[in-house]
Structure formats: structure tokens, C-alpha cells
Design a protein around this ligand. Structure first.
Ligand code: ADP
Ligand code: MG
Length: 344
């Protein structure tokens, strides 16, 4: 008798989930990114018990047609790329076609959507069956999508054991919302926890509104002690807000770096920033910043890790030099009392 057998769909998905779904925050990240990719202008996030009991994300994006609902929940099914060439220039946050299938395999997931702006009739798909069979039934919903994830890890006790307190899980989850709110000023975000409103951010279109958003996400003290930079040296552009040395922190907890709208953690970037601050910060202090690097998508590989937190630059050295010199110059330009602060 053969010893080798195929994994069931559910088990294969659960194994894949190990890579992308670590905790409630990872669910929120994937689901919010889908809403952004769907062109939503307003995204509401409602969670209970730090997201362990319920995560509900509602958007006003393009929605999903009834026939596509089962596919949206299937692994390796995506509307975002069709070829390897597409991956070279991928503009969407998602492209792996794995998130919903993974989340659905370790939770009770309901996907309700409507892709017609004229009608309020949508459809709902529930995924908690043993082999990921999906039932679709009509459900009222305005144009857009609602994803409801209940009882995360209810069927994977080993994973559930790694969950921290409700508060810790919520903090991680809130951080994900903040990152996305900083990456897409044009989208409105709200976050509620156990029925309480935590964030309510309107779409920010003007410079003043964007600054207001940064202040509400990072705290007004950061904004008061940050300089706005915008260095454009085609094909590279770096803009955003860098905290003055006077706003240094004991932890690296206020550092946001986006590459083409995607938040990343990268050694090369971290090194360039650190070097730029080296002469102006005391040892052991960390800078605060919200920075956006823009470059040709073909110059950066985002498919390094399933969570897409890492990137690989084609020309790492010039990226490093550019970040370093932009920040170094900006920080050198600032003298105490000078009025080049963010608000000016
Ligand atoms: P990926 O984002 O990598 O394509 P996902 O599993 O996250 O994979 O989503 C699968 C597909 O479901 C997406 O490609 C998209 O077509 C559809 N989808 C998911 N969420 C939404 C949403 N909020 N609005 C519209 N379509 C969605
Ligand atoms: Mg996705």
C-alpha cells in the first residue's frame, strides 16, 4: 500500500496559514489590504476581545461577484496577477491568493459582498466546513465587502496557546491599522474595540489633513517635533516626517517606513536611517519617523516572504545612499529654534 497521500484541502490551507496567520493582527492586515486593493474609500474595523473572538472588516470597495465568492476563499486564487511578468510590477498589496483560504481554515469566516452599486442585494459565503466547501446564499449588502472572522484558531489549539492577552493582541492589531492609515491617506479608517471607538480617521486629501492624520496616529508631540522632507531625485523619491533628535525614544516604536505604499522592515533601510541619525542621537536612543520611499516597482522585489514585510532592492547601494544623504541633509539643516518644523 502506498505511504504517500495528498493532504486534504483544509490541512494544506492550515499549514499555509502557519506562515501568514500568526495572530489576530495578521488577519486584520490581510483583510485590510484586500479592502485597499478593492479601491475602498472607507474601511471599518470592529473587533472583540483583541480580535480573538471577532474581527469584522467592512469596506465600500468594488465587491466580489456571487460566482467568485468560492474562488475568493480558495487557495492560489487571485484577481490580482495572471503571470510572472505581472509580479514584476505588482501594484496591489496582495497577489498570492492565499490569505482568505488560510484564514478560513483556522476560523469561522463569513464573506459577504456585493459588486453592484445599483443594488443592495449581495451574497454571503461561509467557510467552516471540514473540506472548505463553501455555501453561497443571498444576503443584503451595499456595494462593497464585509469579512467576518470569528473564533480565530478555534480548531488549532496549538496556535491558540500562543495568543497573548486581549490587550496585547489588540495593540498588535491597532498597530496594523495605524500602518495602513499612514500608507493610505486617501482612505478613511475606523477602529472599534469591544464597542468602543478607538480611531476614526476621515480620508485626508490636503497636506494639512495628512499632517492631522499623522498627528492622530503618531501623537501630536511627534508632529510638533518633526520636520517634513521631500527629496526627489528620479527615479527615487523620499518624503515624510522625521523626528528631531529632541524627540528621540527609548524604543524603536515610532518608526514607519513605506516602500511604494507597503510598510516594510529592512536591514538596509534601517542601517541607512541609523547612520543618518548617528551624530545627532545619544547612544541607545531611537529616532521616530514616518517615511515614504517611492521607486519603480521593477526595482524592488516584494515576493521575499509571505507576509511581504521584507523587500529586496535591485540596486541596494543607491537606495541606501539616497536615504542616508536625504536624512543626513535634513537633520543637518535643522538648528534649534529654526522654523522649518512640520507645521511651517
Ligand atoms: P490576494 O489578495 O493575494 O489576491 P486573498 O486570499 O487575500 O488573495 O483574496 C482572494 C481574492 O478575493 C482577491 O484576489 C480578490 O479578488 C477577492 N477579495 C478579497 N477581499 C476582497 C475585498 N474586500 N473586496 C473585493 N475583493 C476581495
Ligand atoms: Mg489579499
Amino acid at each position: 500500500m502506498s505511504k504517500i497521500h495528498r493532504l486534504s484541502t483544509r490541512l494544506a490551507n492550515q499549514i499555509a496559514a502557519g506562515e501568514v496567520v500568526e495572530r489576530p493582527a495578521s488577519v486584520v492586515k490581510e483583510v485590510l489590504e484586500n479592502s485597499v486593493d478593492a479601491g475602498a474609500t472607507r474601511i471599518e474595523v470592529d473587533v472583540e476581545a483583541g480580535g480573538t473572538k471577532l474581527i469584522r472588516v467592512r469596506d465600500d470597495g468594488m465587491g466580489i461577484a456571487a460566482d467568485d465568492l468560492p474562488l475568493a476563499l480558495a487557495r492560489h486564487a487571485t484577481s490580482k496577477i495572471t503571470s510572472l511578468e505581472d509580479l514584476e510590477s505588482v501594484g496591489s498589496l496582495g497577489f498570492r491568493g492565499e490569505a482568505l483560504a488560510s484564514i478560513g481554515s483556522v476560523s469561522r469566516l463569513t464573506l459577504t459582498s456585493n459588486d453592484q452599486s445599483q443594488s443592495s442585494e449581495g451574497n454571503s459565503a461561509l467557510c467552516e466546513g471540514r473540506d472548505m466547501e463553501v455555501q453561497v446564499k443571498p444576503a443584503p449588502h451595499p456595494r462593497g465587502t464585509t469579512v467576518e472572522v470569528r473564533d480565530l484558531f478555534f480548531n488549532t489549539p496549538a496556535r491558540r496557546k500562543f495568543l497573548r492577552t486581549e490587550k496585547t493582541e489588540f495593540n498588535h492589531l491597532e498597530e496594523v491599522v495605524k500602518r495602513l492609515a499612514l500608507s493610505r491617506f486617501d482612505v478613511g479608517f475606523s477602529l472599534r474595540h469591544n464597542g468602543r471607538s478607538i480611531h476614526n480617521l476621515k480620508p485626508a486629501l490636503t497636506q494639512a489633513e495628512c499632517q492631522h492624520r499623522v498627528a492622530s496616529v503618531c501623537g501630536p508631540a511627534f508632529m510638533e517635533q518633526a520636520i517634513h522632507i521631500d527629496h526627489d531625485r528620479p527615479p527615487l523619491r523620499l518624503w515624510g516626517w522625521v523626528g528631531l533628535p529632541t524627540f528621540s525614544r527609548s524604543q524603536a516604536d515610532l518608526q514607519y517606513f513605506f516602500v511604494n505604499g507597503r510598510v516594510i522592515r529592512d536591514k538596509l533601510v534601517a542601517h541607512a536611517v541609523k547612520q543618518a541619525y548617528r551624530d545627532v542621537l545619544y547612544h541607545g536612543r531611537h529616532p521616530a519617523f514616518v517615511l515614504y520611499l517611492e521607486l519603480d516597482p521593477a526595482q524592488v522585489d516584494v515576493n521575499v516572504h509571505p507576509t511581504k514585510h521584507e523587500v529586496r532592492f535591485r540596486d541596494g547601494r543607491s537606495v541606501h545612499n539616497f536615504i542616508f544623504s536625504s536624512l543626513h541633509r535634513a537633520l543637518a539643516d535643522v538648528r534649534p529654534g529654526q522654523d522649518s518644523l512640520a507645521g511651517g
